[in-house]
Design a protein around this ligand. Structure first.
Ligand code: PGA
Ligand code: ZN
Length: 425
């Protein structure tokens, strides 16, 4: 049973405060979890409670969420069985009493939720992926590595937020990391040779002064080739335009490019990119409010491309069900802090899998050294993880954890490979 719950204010990869929680059990087992934070958040995400006190951390302090854990949540969950994750999570949801977790804060709830699972795993002397996923948890995910950053994650003109590589042709996870790292360094050299700076954005990818998606994709394809790999076969391309971020007054406003595109023109542009480059997956191609555009693009590209809903679903089982009904996307991005508890996260994954939607476990642009999502990717067997570039420890910590998991599984381990993306071509 849970005997102690302690929260504290720590800082994340952007130097902003976030919540860390320790959960201790009566037998002395300890679980610790830190909460991530997004920059290009969906409008319907669970509420991240911030103090708004301008005198501390420019208003971004999380003392209220920390107090919510140390005062009300601790009282409510102490004595509960840590193995009964659903009971712990539902106790917190009821205590909060809002639909959006706005009273106590999703950051407060999530810290306790994840730390509880980790404490229970420790009590069983099991790694988290095995505790949650059982003996079948042996599928290592394909990593989506974000090597060019734009949009809200970088101070450059790129309208699209993320340009990723996914080593679908790797023999195993460790090889996928090697391939990704090689391409990352080849790209660095290539950008320098072209006169660009190689400073990195929030997720550790380069943030060069490029204007168009074509320019970024050309650089990435060339880096794959110059590393000795075949684009589309060894490593495929993935983009997260983060459509909600530049959808204004019914049009897609490409400010970096200096072009406005209607939803139909925007869809044509995306389809053109998929024709010209080996892009196997698009995340948030359309804005969260552009349901019509989303459904049209799914009908048009859904057979040849993984279309992953991030802002449009916000890891909410309810929003995902509506999307499945309306023919929106064929894949869901899963971010634990968008929904706020592990129980609800796992429910969304199950609903997706039952509907034949693929699942991508994901970090946030604001991260910490916490590696829980690496274990969740293996526990759920979802086959894909998106956790940033091949630089910055907040990103590589997750890749390194997966290398350890693969080693621990030994001959049991399987690498998800190209089938994970539901690739038909
Ligand atoms: P965020 O970005 O964490 O800033 O929301 C990641 C994404 O859009 O996938
Ligand atoms: Zn996204």
């Amino acid at each position: 049973a849970i005997s102690r719950v302690i929260a504290r204010e720590i800082i994340d990869s952007r130097g902003n405060p976030t919540v860390e929680v320790d959960v201790e059990l009566r037998d002395g087992s300890l679980g610790r979890a830190a909460v991530p934070s997004g920059a290009s958040t969906g409008a319907r995400e669970a509420v991240e409670l911030r103090d708004g006190d301008a005198a501390r951390f420019h208003g971004k302090g999380v003392r209220r969420a920390v107090d919510a854990v140390n005062e009300s949540i601790a009282d409510a969950v102490i004595g509960l069985d840590a193995e009964d994750q659903a009971a712990v999570d539902h106790t917190m949801i009821e205590l909060d009493g809002t639909d959006t977790k706005a009273r106590l804060g999703a950051n407060a709830l999530l810290g306790v939720s994840l730390a509880t699972a980790k404490a229970a795993a420790a009590a069983h002397r099991l790694p988290l992926y095995r505790y949650l996923g059982g003996v079948d948890a042996r599928l290592l995910p394909v990593p989506m590595m974000n090597i060019v950053n734009g949009g809200a994650h970088a101070d450059n003109p790129l309208d699209f937020q993320e340009f990723m590589i996914a080593p679908i042709g790797a023999a195993n996870f460790a090889e996928a990391v090697r391939m990704g790292s090689e391409v990352f360094h080849t790209l660095r050299r290539d950008l320098l040779d072209a006169g660009h700076n190689v400073n990195v954005g929030d997720e550790g990818g380069f943030a060069p002064e490029l204007r168009t998606a074509d320019e970024a994709l050309e650089h990435v394809v060339r880096a794959i080739e110059r590393s000795g790999y075949k684009p589309g076969t060894d490593l495929t391309l993935v983009m997260d335009p983060a459509g909600s971020e530049f959808f204004r007054d019914g049009v897609y406003d490409y400010r970096g490019e200096g072009v406005r595109r209607t939803p139909a023109e925007h869809a044509d542009h995306l389809a053109g990119l998929v024709d010209r480059y080996p892009v196997a997956s698009l995340e948030d191609p359309m804005a969260e409010d552009d349901h019509e555009g989303w459904a049209a693009l799914t009908a048009r590209l859904g057979e040849r491309c993984q279309l992953t809903g991030d802002d449009v679903f916000c890891t909410s089982e309810t929003l995902l069900r509506a999307g499945i009904r309306d023919g929106i996307a064929n894949s869901v991005l899963v971010k634990v802090n968008q929904i706020g508890t592990l129980t609800e996260t796992l429910a969304t994954v199950s609903t997706a899998h039952r509907a034949g939607y693929t699942v991508v476990m994901s970090h946030r642009s604001g991260e910490t050294e916490d590696t829980t999502i690496a274990d969740l990717a293996v526990a759920t067997g979802c086959g894909q993880i998106k956790t940033g570039s091949l630089s910055r420890s907040d990103r590589t910590a997750k890749y390194n954890q997966l290398v350890r998991i693969e080693e621990e599984l030994g001959s049991q381990a399987r690498y998800a490979g190209r089938e994970a993306l539901g690739l038909r071509r």
